[in-house]
Design a protein around this ligand. Structure first.
Ligand SMILES: *Cc1c(COP(=O)(O)O)cnc(C)c1O
Length: 411
């Protein structure tokens, strides 16, 4: 029987192991301990509702859609001008970054954007990621056929892993060799660490010297509370010729279920053909976006726009401050227990070494069984994550306090 051929690159993927395995262990514990009140500190999802300014704006937009005169069908694939302009001025020009309205491409998520961006790059690029890493960067390169097979430790041939560890403060070092594409995430998921201006400057210099492209994932920029730390890579001189930036409304405004994000592609950024001709990546991304995507809803875009109003800013800032206070409580609580946490200052994640040299999964089991607290095993984010866990500050305050009390009793 003739059958269609599949993309065999998918067969190289390690089965989506981390979150299903966590869910399996939690389910098993819950079924044998139905009375247990399990606190989930593993999730990377917001818990607080949308802010009033966003809800009002979306209500108004729904009403417009119900009236012939203000009804809208397909919008521009790249996003409505009102939103692109609010983003470019509110997130960039207000911070002194040169970003034009039409360099903003609105989308339904940063996860999709940082996967889709591979459409416009060739298959022979050497790709560098940090270890530990947000798994999407790696898996999408595997699917696109940019890697070899994985080894026993789950690492793929052809990828350059930049080891982040306690010695370098969980900030990935620059590669010793030349790479074409670099994924940077700051503030970082999973480690919660953040790159300062000097370090980000080193990366931009590296990229310009080596003609590399940086994919800068700034999904957590709203969690930066110190103005000396760059929110955008375009705060660094020269980044417009070497970097694409991904931003999302998910963690900033609680849009994980609403879905809205955007990508910045400067018109000054170029790649090359095999024949050595320079091509603007902007033109390729425009072609890709307008061909494969039809925009996000008008209603959601009005909700996004509202986050840039005075009240919207104030309200979303308060939500972020709430999560950051959780992070502070977690960090300080763990320190008091004699543990050494990383992150959690400019990020909603705290990354901490397991006590007594326990493996990530054995400490996960101990927290689940003895404290009924669910964390994320660091080893799920890469080899260098072994011996660490990630705790998320996305939670209600009472859950955070209760969880810390329970953890203190078992470490
Ligand atoms: C949550 C998150 C995103 C945002 O993804 P969306 O698809 O926009 O919800 C992007 N990058 C990282 C590292 C994240 O943790």
């Amino acid at each position: 029987m003739p059958m269609a051929y599949i993309n065999e690159n998918f067969l190289k993927l390690k089965a989506g192991y981390l979150f299903p395995e966590i869910a399996r262990r939690v389910r098993e514990y819950a079924s044998t301990h139905p009375e247990a009140k399990i606190i989930r500190m593993g999730i990377g999802d917001v818990t607080e509702p949308l802010v009033p300014s966003v809800v009002d704006a979306m209500h108004r937009a729904v009403s417009e859609m119900g009236v012939r005169e203000t009804f809208r069908g397909y919008g521009p694939e790249q996003g409505y001008d009102f939103l692109r302009s609010a983003i470019a001025s509110g997130d960039f020009r207000s911070r002194g970054c040169e970003v034009a309205d039409d360099e903003i491409f609105v989308s339904d998520g940063s996860k999709c954007d940082c996967a889709n961006i591979l459409d416009i790059l060739g298959g022979d690029n050497v790709v560098a990621v940090s270890d530990p890493v947000y798994p999407v960067y790696v898996d999408t390169n595997v699917m696109a056929g940019h890697t070899g097979e994985s080894d026993a430790s789950g690492e793929y041939g052809g990828i350059v892993y930049l080891r982040a560890n306690a010695e370098n403060g969980f900030l990935a070092p620059l590669p010793r060799e030349r790479v074409d594409v670099i994924y940077l995430c700051s503030p970082n998921n999973p480690t919660g660490t953040v790159m300062d201006r000097k370090l980000l400057g080193d990366w931009v210099r590296y990229a310009r010297e080596h003609d590399s492209i940086i994919f800068f994932d700034a999904a957590y920029e709203a969690y930066i509370t110190d103005d000396s730390i760059p929110h955008s890579i375009y705060e660094i001189e020269g980044a417009r010729t070497c970097a694409i930036e991904f931003r999302s409304f998910s963690k900033t405004a609680g849009f994980t279920g609403i879905r809205a994000a955007y990508t910045v592609v400067p018109k000054t950024l170029e790649g090359r053909t095999r024949g050595g001709k320079s091509v603007r990546l902007y033109d390729l991304w425009m072609r890709r976006h307008t061909t494969k995507f039809n925009g996000i809803s008008y209603i959601v875009q009005r909700g996004c726009e509202a986050t840039y109003s005075e009240s919207g800013r104030r309200e979303t800032k308060a939500r972020v401050a709430f999560y950051l206070e959780n992070a502070r409580l977690i960090r300080e609580g763990l320190s008091r227990m004699g543990l050494k946490p990383f992150g959690g200052v400019h990020a909603p994640y705290v990354w901490v070494q397991t006590p007594g040299g326990a493996s990530s999964w054995s400490f996960f089991d101990r927290l689940l069984n003895e404290a009924q607290v669910v964390c994320t095993p660091g080893s799920g984010f890469g080899r260098s994550g072994e011996g660490y866990i990630r705790l998320s500050a996305f939670n209600g305050r009472s859950n955070v306090e209760e969880a810390l009390g329970r953890i203190a009793r078992v470490v």
